[in-house]
Design a protein around this ligand. Sequence first.
Ligand code: AMP
Length: 420
Amino acid sequence: MNYIKVKGTHDFTGVDAEELNALQSLFIKSCHKYKYNLHYVPVMEYSELYSRSVGEGSDIVRKEMYTFLDKGDRSITLRPEFTAGIIRSIVENKMYATEVLPIKSCYFGTCYRYERPQAGRYREFYQGGVECVGTRGVSSDTEIISLLLDFFKEIGIKDKVFIKLNYLGGEETRKNYSAALREYFSGHIDSMCADCKERLEINPLRILDCKVSEDQKVVEGAPKISEYLSEEDKNNLNEIISYLNGKGIKYEYDSGLVRGLDYYSGLVFEMYPVNNPKAEGALAGGGHYYGLVSEIGGGDLEGVGFSFGAERLLTYIHELGLTLPSCSAKRIYVMPLSKECLSYSEEVASTLRDNGYTVEVDYSFSKIGAMFKKAERLAMDLGVIIGTDEVNTNTVHLKDLKEKEEKTVSKTDIVKEIEK
Ligand code: AMP
C-alpha cells in the first residue's frame, strides 16, 4: 500500500521548511518588539468553545470544523483558529486577574478547517497572530496594525499590501443594524441561496459575506453599517483612519466587510495584495471584540487581534520574486582531503559551530570536485578545504561558493575572515 498525505494537507521539506521557520522567527521577533509574549495553546479544545465564540452562524462552525468524539464521548474539535483557544487559556488561568493588562499574546501554529482544497485554501494550514486582551479604545487596534506592517516590512511586502477596513460598532449599533438587515433581507430571502436563508435566522450580518453571484445584487442594496454608527463609534473610526493617514498606510473603507467569525465588534480589517485587491482569500485579517471574553467566562474585557496565513504569505512572497531574509546562520562545508586531515578539520568545524555557524563535515575523502558538487546541492555558502599543506602551515583554504572567490587564511583568523 502506498501512503499519501490527507487531502488538503502538505509537507514542508528543504527550502520550504526553512522558509516557514524563517517566517515564524521573523514574526515572533516583530511581536517581541511590541512586548507580545508567546502563548502556546492545545490543538484540541472542547467543541463548545468554538460554537459559542466563533459563532453558530459562521461557516467555520456550520460546516468546516474537524470534530470527533473521543473515547470518553466528549466532543473535541481541532482548532479552526486561535483566538478562542487563547481567550480560553487567559480566562482559565485567570491571567486577567494576575497579570498587567492588557495581556499581549502571540502565537504561530497549525489550524484545521474542512474546506474545499484549492490554491491558498487548505485543510491544515499555519496561522500566526496576536491577541491583546483587556484593552480600551482603539490604541491597541492601531498598535496591532503597526505590528503587522512592521512584520510585513521585515519580509519585504509592506508596500505591496493594502488594508480593507470596516467598523461594526458597539453592542447597541450591532443590534440595531442586525434588525435593519433582518427586515431588509426578509423581503428578498426567497430568491437567495440556502446558506443565506440559514444565516438570516442565526446572524443576518453573515449574509454580507455571501459569495454566490446571484445574491450579490441583493447584498449590495442592503443597509450600510455606516448609517447606524453611534457618535462614539464614529469617533473611534475617525481616530483609526487619521492614524492610518498619518502613517501613509493605504486603506479602503468597505462597509460590507464583516469577516467570517461572529465575535467581532468595532474595527474589522483584512489585508490584500495591492495587485489583487479582490483576491478570494485575504493575507491576514483581524478585529476588535467586546463580548468574546465574557462569553468564555472572563468578565467584561475587550480585546483585539489579527491572524495571517503563512502559506498565503509565502506564496505572495514568491509571486513577487522576493526571498525571505534568512534566519539561519551561514552554512559552511568543511572538506578534509584525506583521513590524516580529519582531526584538524573537526577542530576547525568545532570553532565555527561555537561561533554560531551551521557546519557540515564531508567524511567521504573523495575527489575535491565531487565534494564541491555535494556542497552545491546542499546550498552551502562557504567551503573550507583542508589538505596536508593547510595542516602543516596551520591554515585553511576558504572558498565562497556563491561568489567563487577563494583564499588561504590562518586557522586562528578563520572567523574574522568569514565575518568580513
Ligand atoms: P480567519 O481566521 O478566517 O480570519 O483567517 C485568517 C487568515 O488565515 C486568512 O487571512 C488566511 O491568510 C489564513 N487562512 C484562513 N483559512 C485558510 C485556509 N483554509 N488555508 C490557508 N490559509 C487560510
